[in-house]
Design a protein around this ligand. Structure first.
Ligand code: ADP
Length: 227
């Protein structure tokens, strides 16, 4: 079997350590995500899903434990190395789309590629290819305000994949949508992930959506368990 895209070992994180408000959020999380594997992370609100996703995506550091991304152990590395690894290998999707309102759908997917050194024509071609995969290519020239909630979120998926990351981290990616739309938009996300061979860790409250992924893990009392 090929090497995991993401490995977490013994991850612990406590907020406000030593204060009366201390919260031990993660108490020894071990996780390995294989290439092309899609893992559901199920937990009630406040259980530490966002903390775990931020640590996995190098946006936050654990108190103890190691994070290995695409074969690189990034524990204790400089902020610069961690930022470079994050830019190269990780795509994020949140509950809210966070698209730039003054730019079109296409431009929102082109801009991160330009920052990464891709030429404008190549970036536009990739953006259109991604929009086409999620069925929003006809809306490429529209600004976010001119798109439906489901379309906005589909564009956000394309933006997360703009620079061809190896790992997708998603925090309730369809949590903001009504149930019918949520289902269709989730299908579009899964098709995109499968089509590009991405690995993904997707937090959701929705057990039906979790069942459509390869494996479900539950975050409970600071540890991951299989349900
Ligand atoms: P989830 O994403 O599962 O809702 P979070 O990871 O956002 O959970 O938060 C887990 C716990 O840690 C919550 O009790 C939250 O209040 C607390 N927490 C999160 N971030 C901080 C912070 N920066 N300082 C103090 N407590 C925090």
């Amino acid at each position: 079997m090929s090497d995991p895209v993401l490995t977490l070992e013994g991850i612990a994180k406590t907020y406000n350590a030593g204060l009366p408000s201390e919260v031990q959020v993660l108490r020894g999380v071990d996780l390995s995500v294989a290439p092309g594997e899609v893992v559901a992370l199920v937990a009630p609100s406040g259980a530490g899903k966002s903390t775990l996703l931020h640590i996995a995506g190098l946006l936050d550091t654990p108190d103890t434990g190691t994070v290995t991304l695409a074969g690189q152990n990034l524990t204790g590395q400089s902020d610069r190395r961690r930022t470079l690894a994050r830019r190269a290998d990780v795509g994020f999707i949140y509950q809210f789309h966070h698209l730039l309102p003054e730019f079109s759908a296409l431009e929102n997917i082109v801009l991160p590629q330009l920052s990464n050194g891709t030429s404008k024509p190549a970036a536009a071609e990739r953006a259109l290819m991604l929009l086409d995969k999620v069925g929003v290519a006809p809306r490429a020239a529209h600004r976010p305000a001119e798109l439906s909630g489901g379309e906005q979120q589909r564009v956000a998926f394309c933006r997360a994949l703009a620079n061809a990351p190896r790992l997708l981290l998603a925090d309730e990616p369809t949590g903001n949508l009504d149930p019918g739309t949520s289902d269709q938009v989730f299908d579009a996300l899964m098709a995109l992930v499968r089509d590009t061979g991405l690995s993904a860790l997707i937090a959701t409250h929705n057990l039906d959506l979790a069942a459509r992924m390869d494996r479900t893990l539950r975050l409970d009392a600071g540890r991951l368990t299989a349900p």
